[in-house]
Design a protein around this ligand. Structure first.
Ligand SMILES: NC(=O)c1ccc[n+]([C@@H]2O[C@H](COP(=O)([O-])OP(=O)(O)OC[C@H]3O[C@@H](n4cnc5c(N)ncnc54)[C@H](O)[C@@H]3O)[C@@H](O)[C@H]2O)c1
Length: 250
């Protein structure tokens, strides 16, 4: 198994992409700390592989909460081999309609959360001169998408922070990469289409936006995360891995 005996922390692991990553890592032999704001969701993910996944409640916006996540993991398992920064939220507004509180909350989860998780996981990785970080960015971090002002800006920050971390620690045994999915068939997208006047048409429009004519599956993102976290990707750092059914190739 590709992640035999590895210790992984996955944020936002209670739903969608994070849940798929936690499960896939567990199947590959890792022990996974499934961290989520929603404790019941973290528990639900852990119940899918109780021998290999442990639930943990975290709010990635809060420094003390993130510090506790990493401390508890290190106390229990002795090291963190892999950190997946997956927790994220979105907005559906252009800039003028976005209020400050909303803007700051998107950045608190999507950017501050990545900063804090890296800040508190990296020291133990640096001590061991070994560690892998996988950030979940988005196509929205690479192009402008209507009605996604705060989301696009926050994911752009995730893409460049990934490259900065990769360069800063490349000689210290650390790798850091970013996956940029297109539209993924997760509960998030279910909520997004449900709020539209015609949810069926809204879903079709999202499918049509990607040349394959379908949404990406969470498992397809998890497969890329597994590759990037594994030793197979030993020479890969600072990369941006796009999984979008051809969206950006047009
Ligand atoms: N679904 C898509 O189309 C898509 C596309 C590109 C990128 N992404 C990114 O993938 C990641 C996961 O998205 P998803 O579609 O699985 O979403 P989701 O809403 O299904 O799951 C997100 C999880 O993150 C958790 N979370 C939210 N705020 C948190 C916080 N403050 N602390 C800890 N956990 C928190 C939620 O409780 C939830 O379980 C996000 O970063 C998102 O931006 C999603």
């Amino acid at each position: 198994m590709e992640l035999h005996d590895r210790i992984a922390v996955v944020t936002g692991a209670g739903s969608g992409i994070g849940q798929a990553i936690a499960e896939r890592f567990a199947q590959a032999g890792a022990t996974v700390v499934a961290a989520d704001l929603d404790p019941a969701a973290a528990e639900a993910t852990a119940s899918r592989a109780p021998d290999r996944i442990v639930p943990h409640q975290v709010d990635v916006r809060e420094e003390s909460s993130v510090r506790a996540l990493m401390t508890v993991t290190l106390d229990r398992f002795g090291r963190i081999d892999i950190l997946v920064n997956n927790a994220g939220i979105g907005t559906t507004k252009d800039l003028v309609e976005t209020d400050l509180e909303e803007w700051e909350n998107v950045f608190a989860v999507n950017v501050r959360g990545v900063f804090l998780c890296c800040k508190y996981a990296l020291p133990s990785m640096l001590e061991r001169r070994s560690g892998v970080i996988v950030n979940i960015g988005s196509v929205a971090g690479l192009i402008g998408i209507p009605k996604r002002a705060a989301y696009c800006a926050s994911k752009g920050a995730v893409v460049t922070l990934t490259k900065q971390i990769a360069i800063a620690y490349v000689r210290h045994g650390i790798r850091c990469n970013c996956i940029c999915p297109g539209t993924v068939d997760s509960p998030w997208v279910e909520r997004l289409v449900a709020q539209e006047p015609d949810p069926v048409a809204a879903r079709r429009a999202l499918e049509a936006r990607q040349p394959m004519g379908r949404l990406v599956k969470p498992e397809e993102v998890a497969a890329a995360a597994l590759y990037l976290a594994s030793d197979e990707a030993a020479a890969v750092t600072g990369s941006v891995f796009v999984i979008d059914g051809g969206w950006l190739a047009q």
